[in-house]
Design a protein around this ligand. Sequence first.
Ligand code: ATP
Ligand code: MG
Length: 304
Amino acid sequence: MAMASPVLRRWTPTPSPTTPLNVASSIGGEHETGRGVFLTWRDVSVTAVDEKGRHKLILDQITGCARPGQVLALMGASGSGKTTLLDTLSGRLGVDMNGTGDILINGRRKRLSYGTSAYVTQENTLMTTLTVREAIHYSAQLQLPGSMLLAKKLARADRAIREMGLGAVASSRIGGRVCKGISGGERKRVSICMELLASPGLLFLDEPTSGLDSAAAYHVMAHIARLARTTGTTVVAAVHQPSTEVFDLFNGLCLLANGRMVYFGPTPEAAELSNEDLNSIISISTNEDLVDEYNYLTASSSSG
Ligand SMILES: Nc1ncnc2c1ncn2[C@@H]1O[C@H](COP(=O)(O)OP(=O)(O)OP(=O)(O)O)[C@@H](O)[C@H]1O
Ligand SMILES: [Mg+2]
């Protein structure tokens, strides 16, 4: 079936100027968000260029969307392009990469303004000698606006500590390889907690559960899913081989294989897929339901 394609300008790495987004302004239970952040992307392709000027296609015409209050999982084998897609969507593509396609925030092309999005990379870069509370308090003092009273910054930090379930270890030293401190899952939650202090409407997570056992992975993802639900934060997370319990926490799934998208849709349906179904999905080059969804989101958020 032929689809009428929406009239959209091509996306380039230097998008048009921004207007402030109406995004979630709190990490806590109170839902202060207006409309949240609808992130949509269509026909996103990325090529890497080496020193000799040779091009390598890393992502091939990826289309998808992420909704406020939901967790979209990016899955696929190692090298399938998950990190590259996160980098592209968050505007952090390396200088040796070229991106084309459309990326829309609430239906419009705009650069992610400061504080709108946060990106938690796979590596933990934490001060091992600090306690959890000290690290998050310092981070709040550095990240939050100078006009905010210190007491308010610290109150927000304490609330973030509770929200990420770190209250019991707030006084524990973070530690590292040499001096043992908090667990790997707790360390990951500290990293995420620091990024959430500025209350981003959009959260990108690269492998938030890698290196964790299944219980710790579940704890981390359950906190993130609850946060998304209660604050309306839009979460896009690259995840490698999640357990069934973790998989059930996701609202949507984008499955990549060798830089191509082979499935996009809600996870319950994806979980029902047999190998035969999956093979037929892989052979379909365009998911028309997704195009419909994209058009709907684009139209409804532009008119809203
Ligand atoms: N700057 C680059 N130059 C050339 N090739 C690159 C570059 N960055 C990534 N690639 C290649 O692009 C492909 C996708 O890489 P990417 O890091 O996005 O995969 P991934 O799905 O995140 O993998 P993993 O699960 O191992 O983290 C890989 O084959 C990788 O080697
Ligand atoms: Mg990766």
